[in-house]
Design a protein around this ligand. Sequence first.
Ligand code: BGC
Length: 779
Amino acid sequence: MKKRTLMTGIAIAMTAASMTAQPKLTADNIDEIVKAMTLEEKAQLLVGGGNDGFVGSGAMLGHQKKFVPGAAGYTVAIPRLGIPSTVQCDGPAGVHIDAHREGDSKNYFATGFPIGTCLASTWNTDLVEQVGQAIGNETREYGCDVILGPGLNLHRNPLCGRNFEYYSEDPIVTGLIGTAFVKGVQSQGVGVSAKHYVANSQETDRTRVDERVSPRALRELYLKGFEMVVRRSNPWTIMSAYNKVNGHYAQGSKDLLTKVLREDWGYKGIVETDWIGKRKDLPVETEVAAGNDLMMPGFPAQVEDIVAAVKAGRLNVTDVDRNVRRMLEYIVKTPRFKGYKFSSEPDLKAHAAITRQSSTEGMVLLKNDNTLPIRSLKTVALFGVSSYNFMSGGLGSGCVNVGYSVDMVTGLKNIGVNTTPQLTEIYQSYVKYAKAKLEADKNPMMWFLNQGQPKYDEIEITERCVAHEEPLADAAIITIGRQAGEGMDRNINGEFNLTKDEQDMIFRVSDAFHAKNKKVIVIINSGSVMETASWRDRVDAILVAWQPGIEGGNSVADILTGKVNPSGRLTMTWPIAATDHPSTANFPQDYDMYTYKNMEGSGHVKNVDYTNHEEDIYVGYRYFDTFNKRVAYPFGFGLSYTTFELTKPVVKLNGNTINVSINVKNTGDVAGKQVAQVYVKAPKGNYEKPTRELKAFGKTKELKPGESQTLTMQIDKRDLASYDEAGCQWKVDAGVYTFQIGTDVETIKASATLKLTEYTEKTTDALPLQQPMNLLKQQ
Ligand code: BGC
């Protein structure tokens, strides 16, 4: 149908409708409203942005201007039926909106909270819930109804450009941290969009790549975190991923959006697409029928397509009605529907305190040779451009427009530690210059990368420079920074590995400072994993600060000086080499989606058009631990300034819940928190299994020296199951299970056993592989 004809159709329908009494939407009359809607209005409600919004105003990727400038998009209002628009903003490290508005002198800065990996590394679900509450509060007070997060994709490979937004290589960490985040946000009367459903494990060609994954790996790993979040916290919305999964676009896959999500898990909210317009090779009716309720940000033509598809009999109107009903159920929950008067003035001061606590608790101490804490630190020589351009978050939609960000110089100054003046001056001038240069050279093609705080190239640190600085300082701190973001994966050289300048800097500084018995501490300011094995022996301490949000410099200072005892633990393996991950063989390298470098020949390019998950269930530690491959730092690892004793666990079955209790005692000299990780070793049964898998974890409160605490952790029996593809079922083999308490996956402190009977749970038959794959197996 031509646009003019459609508009006339809508006008006639609306005039006819307005002649009869108009019901207005309430939480109790959804059926009546659906009945009162014209087909055009129904189609309109399923397509975000709308005729007035998307085209022209660019209602995507932070460019929406109509309601809250800088929000990602909105849903369309139908005023005659009392249906308001609702507004959605990014996510997930805080509210992503414009900080400045035309003709308005007020600032609209939001709090930049720690990125996903840092939050998860706290292993503290209560703290993550508090962060969620603060983010939910800012979402609501800035006039938004939904925040587009959390990111629940797994770290399949350390090179994925968006790992910083995701929590872990492990689905249980993802599920439990994700649940806490969603509960926190939604407690504020706004919703989340858990994303990107599912297997958005790479950025290269992300809008088309076919992620080929066995149903078992999908169910046990990639879907599992989403499943836990859906079952435990009922997210208002789920964002379907851009990519395909086993041959079908996620946003058009009935298997994913209806069979798994709704029939198997009982999901009640809405599904919306990731931000894409009309696709050439995916009719909108396929998306509607599959159970994708909202096209975001949507294209006007999609409204016409839905109407035409129903009229032509290609789309059943009952599918449209079902999605419309779900949309209305979503809308009646929103602050906009409830007429909430937002303030645009959240309590940023209170939120700064929450972000500081969570970033400090998420930082992971990797190495400490009798170095930290340094309580008597007076002056440090601070090396590395990232010390002065300390990156609070990543790039792309996940960045936050923040009012300030505490760098290392300021963080140290705040606790009375000075930095050597000449070096500080050199770096600060360079950062100023690099910022201005980048602004001048801005490449419009790199639009994602222009959102957020970029990383600047390292400057060469000569031996002369180090020789000048050493006598002036008590110790050296070197910050190694890595930036990453939406739309691009990372390279091994220069991103996973150190650059030549960085390596020279570490070696030169260490040689000079060690010659005078002074310590060298490295801070890693990166959202994801990097290489450490080749240089870690040269330095005395390494702290992973991640991208810790706006209070980062203060958090680092708290840890260095012992004000806070580090209690973060890795939620992913730090391998010796990036190629040690079996998935690296099937991961894109050296492609560039902006210049299309190495991406020609579309259709059959391995790791671009399709990616085979040949490592299957052996993702992260499941591979390294099972195949006895050495790592730099294992999953779960992190040092403390104190020591702990963990007792033998008591494991009891109560119905279908397994309770694991242990006692943790602080046996050292300073207060601290400990994480107890419960790994389960399954008996030999019908299914090949990794050596052990994390099934639960708990974190103590701050224990004083000599103090103990009993932690009780719960495991659903069904979470021990293997996914049996042939039978389309979850299956727990009968037998004796060993529950191991570890402080990381390689360090098991105590264990106990429990005999379990068989458990079976049928599922739908979904997501079959479309072609045979050579899956990794134990011999
Ligand atoms: C990203 C999403 C984001 C959306 C809206 C997409 O490009 O993949 O994570 O929420 O844009 O900005």
